[in-house]
Design a protein around this ligand. Sequence first.
Ligand code: 5AD
Ligand code: SF4
Length: 481
Amino acid sequence: MATLPKHLFEHKQKSNKKPMLRPTPHTKGTKKLYIKTYGCQMNVYDTQRMADALAPEGYVHVEQADGADMVILNTCHIREKAAEKIYSELGRIRLMVDKNNKNVAEGQETKPIIAVAGCVAQAEGREIMRRAPIVDMVFGPQSYHKLPEMLGKIANGQRKVLDTDFPTEDKFDSLPAANPTNIIARGVTAFLTIQEGCDKFCTFCVVPYTRGAEYSRSIARILNEAQNLVNNGVREITLLGQNVNAYHGQDDAGNAVNLAGLMTALDTIEGLARIRYTTSHPNDMDQALIDIHANQKSAMPYLHLPVQSGSNAILTAMNRRHSRESYIKVIERLRASRPDIALSGDFIIGFPGETDDDFEATLDLVRQVTYSQAYSFKYSSRPGTSAANLTNQVDDEVKTKRLAILQVLLNQQQRQFNQNTVGATLDILFERSGREDGQLIGRSPYLQPVYVDAPTEMIGQIRPVYIESLGNFALKGNLAS
Ligand code: 5AD
Ligand code: SF4
């Protein structure tokens, strides 16, 4: 017998249930906004900008979903099970809503506005609407500046709002500046997106599909945003982009400016002590940018430069457009310019066709480069990417074994890097209070977390700290007089 389409059953089941709750209509005044963030630093930044977009509507960010007037899940689609995680979370929210309405008279039930944002929303918008009736709004990473407009539609009785367009206007131009209260609450380090999207199409990666084509913001807008952050106490800015070092903005006269030029311009902002940037592509590490690490004090001696694999055959299959040798050359040029630069990387283990020899080449590259920290992942096939069609997939068991071997090596290198700084005096930017009374957590120029006994007033200051010891997870230091 032919199987009937699943949705016919779902429709029948649904018709026996109570009609789906509508979000509670909002009154004027303060409203609570809960945003759960998944994935990368750019999502953390987008979450903050969503909160900025909603602040003029009276929304204040809270730390839990229960009791919130609006819940946004800001999702990530980079590796597998991303969508399933979101459906589980939506299931938990559904239970929370039901529990809160258990003893409430019929017709008086309440429900927050529930939205799914980010890259899963971009990739699976309609499917989310279909599978999770509790969701009111779905929007992608390029349309969250329209949040007030979307809320207006819901307030006017529209049941569902779906916006996964890549609009022609720049979302950053339409977003309000972050207000001082929000900046201060976020602390003395901040993210700032300067570039978004990717045109490189590595065969494993969903980013070109979820974030769209490469786009760089103008110098003036970035400088404005950076100045606003610094005016409100920020001392360190991490510039963000999927291909941040491919940045090519324009100054007011219409001249092209690359990342080195932007870093030079940012260096003129008084009070901005540290600048970092992530994530870079090896092919876009031009000499001007490499020189910045030697010549500009605010450029931190730390670089996240993913290589993904140490095997040329795999790099070709990944469409990385660089070889093992050209990557190592870039590292050599960086070290010639700034000998103490700390390196971080990303690795994908078990890309289709990866042999024992290919994996050995990755281990060999890691031994040759030596990293201060790194991120490593098992390859996961992503719908819509060209590697998903490859038939020579690697067994999960093999991937697990290889990943464990690589991670032992990377952890050893990280420990060794940290150990090498014991006995040194490093400038530490104090970021927040530690777990113990009287303790602050700060970061070294190499992005290492360091625990120091110091007064709360020192948050936001950069002080020389003598690195005394290395614990299980972090360094411990003392204020150097
Ligand atoms: N499988 C595993 N890891 C991936 N990454 C990106 N796509 C995949 C995938 N399909 C990793 C890469 C990238 C980092 C952000 O995530 O290492 O640099
Ligand atoms: Fe993805 Fe490659 Fe672009 Fe990085 S460079 S975002 S890995 S496609």
